[in-house]
Design a protein around this ligand. Structure first.
Ligand SMILES: Cc1cc2nc3c(=O)[nH]c(=O)nc-3n(C[C@H](O)[C@H](O)[C@H](O)COP(=O)(O)OP(=O)(O)OC[C@H]3O[C@@H](n4cnc5c(N)ncnc54)[C@H](O)[C@@H]3O)c2cc1C
Length: 361
């Protein structure tokens, strides 16, 4: 360990990209992760029987409008031409999200064009009806709040498309890595100057950084570990919203006909059902297999030890983050990033962008 030039803690997307950049600058890097795999929450598993790629922490679709991110990602993988569509199930009917002409016309049983729909949607009663059907119940489940507490003032700010485009994302570049996410990550960290150590946590004890029980040499440390846990929660734990997933293999070729369906009614306990084979229509073995794999997503409150998914951005968490950031200043060799270090939700492309923009020593 003595001859390393840098340590990267956390082999999620942020950590893998930082490790790669360091290695390409000629630095000898120790990349550690407390889990037994790389990729963080983008980790997948291939089901042997069906060849279906299961996204263990919920569906991950790569999408970006940032040229340098797309260019970086394409050095390590090609993407298929998957374009994400999200259906919403409400009272037994299916609608395309986000709100656009397809959803508005079906919901209100109309045949409006762009101008007419724009006028129609200025009516607050119409806005309210859409909010109640597609956002109130879903948001209350997602954040564990009573439907009455969901602030309907966001109605007028709901993004409304004035066309028939049913793509969920408007980014020009979208897709799923052709050989899978795990292979994408394996290639990013496949560099002779990157030494990978799994099941190894970064810890701070008595002012010293350690990994696997050993004191780390005085080299720059790039950490995407949770900022509160890194400092032993000394100011208190930051709050998160968590999720629980339930997987099921079914003896049918296609169960819901699409990759993701949102269940927007508040009394259905799950928020989404994922059906993974739809992410790889080019994979004939998985796509045409007479079996399929679905996963129900249930939001849940977070307790210490649960997987953190969504940061809860409020005044008290912002105050705590500020305290931890101040604490970090005592350690000039420590650089913090990633979703857990920044206590921010990032899409994958924003994590890559942050890692590419980071000042590297
Ligand atoms: C349900 C869900 C769906 C999503 N879907 C999409 C999507 O469709 N498209 C998209 O672009 N983005 C999506 N995202 C966002 C995406 O998951 C994140 O952008 C990405 O995981 C961020 O990577 P990261 O490296 O910051 O964090 P992580 O992937 O969490 O990596 C952090 C790593 O640090 C490790 N670690 C923690 N503590 C320590 C320690 N002390 N020592 C060593 N290692 C440690 C962890 O094990 C983990 O591997 C989704 C997020 C969620 C919650």
């Amino acid at each position: 360990m003595a001859d390393i030039d840098a340590v990267v803690a956390g082999a999620g997307i942020w950590g893998c990209v930082v490790a790669r950049r360091l290695a390409e600058k000629g630095r000898k890097v120790l990349l550690i992760d407390k889990r037994s795999f790389i990729g963080g929450n983008v980790r997948c598993e291939i089901d042997d029987e069906t060849n279906i790629e299961i996204h263990l922490y919920g569906s991950h679709i790569f999408h970006t409008k940032i040229p340098k991110v797309w260019e970086f990602a394409n050095r390590f993988t090609s993407f298929n031409s998957y374009h994400h569509k999200v259906l919403a199930a409400y009272k037994g009917k299916m609608y395309f999200l986000p709100i656009g002409l397809a959803l508005i016309n079906k919901f209100f049983s109309r045949e409006m064009g762009p101008q007419e729909a724009e006028e129609f949607m200025k009516d607050t009663g119409n806005q309210q009806a859409l909010f109640d059907a597609f956002f109130r119940g879903y948001t209350s489940k997602q954040w564990g709040r009573a439907p009455e507490e969901i602030d309907s003032s966001i109605i007028s700010r709901l993004p409304v498309r004035r066309n028939w485009n049913i793509d969920y994302f408007s980014d020009p570049w979208q897709g799923i890595p052709l050989e899978g996410y795990n292979e994408f990550f394996r290639r990013i960290v496949d560099h002779p100057l990157i030494m990978l150590k799994l099941d190894t946590s970064l810890v701070l004890e008595a002012g010293l950084f350690k990994a696997g029980g050993e004191i780390l040499p005085r080299v720059p440390i790039y950490s995407s570990a949770p900022i509160d846990a890194l400092f032993a929660n000394k100011f208190g734990a930051l709050p998160w919203r968590s999720l629980r997933f339930e997987q099921e293999k079914l003896p049918v070729r296609d169960w819901q006909g699409t990759s993701v369906v949102n269940y927007t009614e508040g009394d259905i306990p799950y928020t989404r059902i994922h059906e993974f084979k739809h992410y790889h229509p080019e994979d004939e073995r998985a796509f045409n297999c007479p079996k399929t794999i679905i996963m129900r997503e249930y939001p849940k409150s977070w307790q210490m030890g649960d997987e953190p998914y969504y940061p809860i951005d409020d005044a008290s968490s912002r105050e705590l983050v500020a305290l931890y950031r101040k604490e970090k200043e005592k350690y000039p060799l420590l650089h913090i990033g990633g979703r857990l270090g920044a206590y921010k939700y990032f899409d994958m492309d924003r994590s890559i962008e942050a890692a590419l923009d980071l000042d590297i020593e």
